[in-house]
Design a protein around this ligand. Structure first.
Ligand SMILES: Cc1cc2nc3c(=O)[nH]c(=O)nc-3n(C[C@H](O)[C@H](O)[C@H](O)COP(=O)(O)OP(=O)(O)OC[C@H]3O[C@@H](n4cnc5c(N)ncnc54)[C@H](O)[C@@H]3O)c2cc1C
Length: 387
């Protein structure tokens, strides 16, 4: 019997099956073509919205499903098994912009944005990184200057997932002045929409993997944002972003587990079919041990992820737990996809089988929403923080 250690409720099984069915019908047949041409399929957004996948953590009053974090992550893993690109779009949207507006937004902002976001009418994006501000995100330089009832934003945001298809972009910009810099406490978060004058979509990145998730640069050229679109307090935007990235990291961990599981499933099937020396290669202990290590790491990643999700829903401090889950799951995705290519031999190195794409898709999970080095820094810091 295969072990996943999760004792799913009937509701969770229903949502998992719906996600699986959706991904198999609407994405799987096109996956190679979209990967090859780096095509983002915009109709997926509305379809996912109609099924509730873009408002999973939003309360029903905002047309969300209002499920717990674990249930959301189960659906996300299922989408990621088929397509890591659709999964990152779903993860960013559910974990970052919608949660930030729900947690820190005004009543008016919630009413204006959350329902269309839950329904898939407005896709969300998160714009923190800049060309010179990656891991050290608080060093960002996009400047916001108050002008009457508006703010004027100038600067460049890089690596914005879904940034060229988003209807709502949560963008961080400095609200302190060049003469009085306040570091992480001098940054605001603004709700930017693409119809605002001065909003420009720049370079679309040509990526190794995750090719059907667009990643773009955005530039703000005297972008005029009404003060009504400032999220919460003008000095607190970076704090809001960091708190929300704890959710984001759980989503990326679920995405990584989906990629790892897809590699495990493909390799398990292939090892039964492929014959060498007159027997299926799964009869060689060298192959069995690879499959055993892969299965163990997938199960351990999932257990860590859902323990963190339950602790989060209980209101506990999960800074260390979310970083552990993201770190372990992303390294599991790299490990499993690497082993899967090895099990496929030469056939793993070409596009006729899915493991070549999975190997390319896995790498970014060790980079975005905090690199593995940054996760280790957070984990170590938390280890000493309560002394
Ligand atoms: C496909 C993709 C999608 C993305 N989507 C988004 C998005 O939607 N929104 C967004 O805001 N950003 C997004 N990002 C940006 C992503 O979060 C950053 O790439 C990431 O935070 C790392 O920043 P960097 O690339 O500038 O690397 P750097 O920070 O320059 O790091 C380079 C290397 O140095 C290491 N390093 C840096 N600082 C330390 C340290 N203190 N100690 C030890 N090692 C260190 C890093 O771990 C890394 O190995 C995306 C990135 C990619 C590739």
């Amino acid at each position: 019997m295969k072990s996943d250690l999760l004792n799913l409720s009937e509701e969770q099984r229903g949502i998992r099956d719906l996600a699986r069915e959706f991904a198999m019908q609407e994405i799987a047949p096109f996956i190679s073509e979209w990967d090859e041409s780096a095509h983002f399929e915009p109709s997926l957004v509305k379809k996912m919205g109609d099924l509730g996948f873009l408002g999973m953590l939003l309360p029903e009053e905002f047309d969300g499903l209002g499920v717990d974090t674990s249930t959301y992550l189960i659906a996300l893993e299922e989408i990621a098994v088929v397509d890591a690109s659709a999964a990152v779009m779903m993860s960013v949207h559910n974990s970052l912009p919608t949660q930030m507006i729900l947690r820190f937004g005004s009543d008016e902002q919630k009413l204006r944005f959350l329902k269309p976001m839950a329904r898939g009418e407005l896709l969300g994006a998160f714009a923190l990184s800049e060309p010179e501000a990656g891991s050290d995100a608080a060093s960002l330089t996009t400047q916001a200057v108050r002008d009457g009832d508006d703010w004027i934003l100038n600067g460049t945001k890089s690596w914005v997932t879904s940034g060229n298809h988003a209807g709502v972009i949560l963008a961080m910009a400095r609200t302190d002045t060049p003469s009085e810099r306040k570091g992480a406490r001098g940054i605001g978060t603004f709700i930017v929409t693409p119809d605002m004058p001065g909003f420009h979509v720049g370079k679309k990145e040509d990526k190794l993997g995750l090719r059907s998730s667009p990643t773009v640069q955005l530039s703000f050229d005297n972008l005029r944002v009404p003060n009504a679109n400032l999220l919460g307090q003008p000095q607190m935007g970076f704090v809001y972003a960091m708190q929300s990235l704890e959710n984001g990291r759980l989503g990326i961990a679920a995405q990584a587990i989906g990629i790892a599981r897809a590699a495990l499933e493909a390799a398990t099937a292939y090892a039964a079919e492929r014959h060498q020396f007159d027997k299926p290669i799964r009869e060689f202990q060298a192959i069995q041990f690879k499959l055993a290590d892969m299965a163990t790491r997938v199960a351990a990643s999932r257990a860590l992820l859902h323990a963190a999700a339950h602790a989060k829903d209980r209101g506990e401090n999960v800074k260390q737990a979310t970083s552990m889950a993201k770190l372990f799951a992303s390294e599991t995705a790299m490990f499993c996809t690497n082993q899967a290519v090895q099990i496929f031999g030469g056939y793993g190195y070409v596009k006729d089988y899915p493991v070549e794409r999975l190997f390319r898709d896995a790498k970014v999970t060790e980079i975005y929403e905090g690199t593995s080095e940054i996760q280790r820094i957070v984990i170590a810091r938390e280890q000493y923080s309560h002394e």
